[in-house]
Write a protein that binds this ligand. Structure first.
Ligand code: A3P
Length: 295
């Protein structure tokens, strides 16, 4: 059932995503002004894309007539993992170029570490549920769907696209401690609880700290409102049609917006399953200084 995944340097990738990784290593040229948004899939990538784009471009658009109203975050910020993107075309984008990736840090070419990177992580229990529901839709096109029990088991042993989850998170966490000016580490849960604080953090990290004048005008609040689940998920551009990732992968745009809450895992995981995942998290993160405020 998992045969479509390859273990490549300790991480599980599909053939397509593995091919693309080889292409990136061969051809992608990073620029010092590049900004990468990295995440394990289903950890809040779409939201982070919207937040970073609107924070960086807050002088360029008015909030009532914003670029995000008719462009999906995924069409604004390309994912470099998609095999058939013409990687060399990226050279035409104006600086700072924004890219996203689900690759763990060890699978990114070394040159990318010169650029700035924002990582978002999320409680693995919510990631698992979100990913299973999302992948069930994708898998149904070419592979038989996995039951939740099967997906749970595979996730726990790490054999899940881009997994193991814990090593993925730790790769960026450790690097962010060593290099806080280059890597900003965020948590989905803190974004939900204190979105304004996160926008200020992002702005400062990206070299465009929020000014007193902007604070007085309520710019931070506007960004948070614009990028909220309620707002983005109700935009026509995010509701209808497909998102194309390279030539092969089409995803319904609305599938990137499901519930957008903390703790939906309670509707899917038994007590035993919760204990098992939390146990793995405690063990893997022990001594790293990284904790999750799990609910
Ligand atoms: P759920 O399936 O738990 O609802 P990604 O963007 O990395 O694919 O992650 C998708 C998850 O983020 C989904 O989680 C989705 O609903 C949630 N999400 C998307 N946009 C969001 C937003 N603006 N605010 C909060 N959560 C959001």
């Amino acid at each position: 059932r998992t045969l479509h995944l390859h273990n490549y340097n300790g991480y599980w990738l599909s053939t397509k995503i593995l091919k693309s990784n080889l292409l990136i290593h061969a051809y992608f040229k990073s620029q010092p002004t590049d900004i990468f948004l990295a995440s394990f899939m289903k950890s809040g990538t779409t939201w982070l894309k919207a937040l970073v784009f609107s924070t960086l471009n807050r002088d360029r658009y008015t909030f009532s007539n914003h670029h995000l109203h008719n462009h999906s975050p995924h069409s604004i910020i390309p994912v470099i993992d998609a095999e058939s993107y013409h990687i060399t075309d990226f050279t035409n984008l104006s600086a700072p170029r924004l890219f996203s990736t689900h690759y763990p840090l060890p699978l990114l070419p070394a040159c990318m570490s010169c650029a700035k990177l924002v990582y978002v992580c999320r409680d693995p229990k919510d990631v698992l549920v979100s990913k299973w529901l999302f992948m069930s839709k994708l898998r149904s096109k070419d592979l038989p769907p996995l039951s939740f029990d099967e997906a749970f088991e595979l996730f726990c042993v790490g054999a899940s696209e881009y997994g193991p989850f814990w090593e993925h998170v730790l790769s960026y966490w450790r690097a962010s401690l060593e290099n806080p000016d280059k890597i900003l580490f965020l948590k989905y849960e803190e974004m939900k609880k204190e979105p304004e604080m996160v926008v200020r953090k992002l702005a400062a990290f990206l070299g465009k700290a929020v000014t007193v004048e902007e604070e007085e005008k309520g710019v931070v609040r506007e960004i948070v409102k614009l990028c909220s689940f309620e707002n983005l998920s109700n935009l026509e551009v995010n509701k209808t049609g497909v998102e194309k990732f390279g030539k092969v992968l089409d995803v319904e745009k609305r599938d990137f917006f499901r519930k957008g809450v903390i703790g939906d895992w309670k509707n899917y995981l038994s007590d035993e399953m919760k204990e098992r995942i939390d146990g793995i998290t405690d063990e893997k993160f022990k001594g790293s200084g990284l904790t999750f405020t799990t609910v």
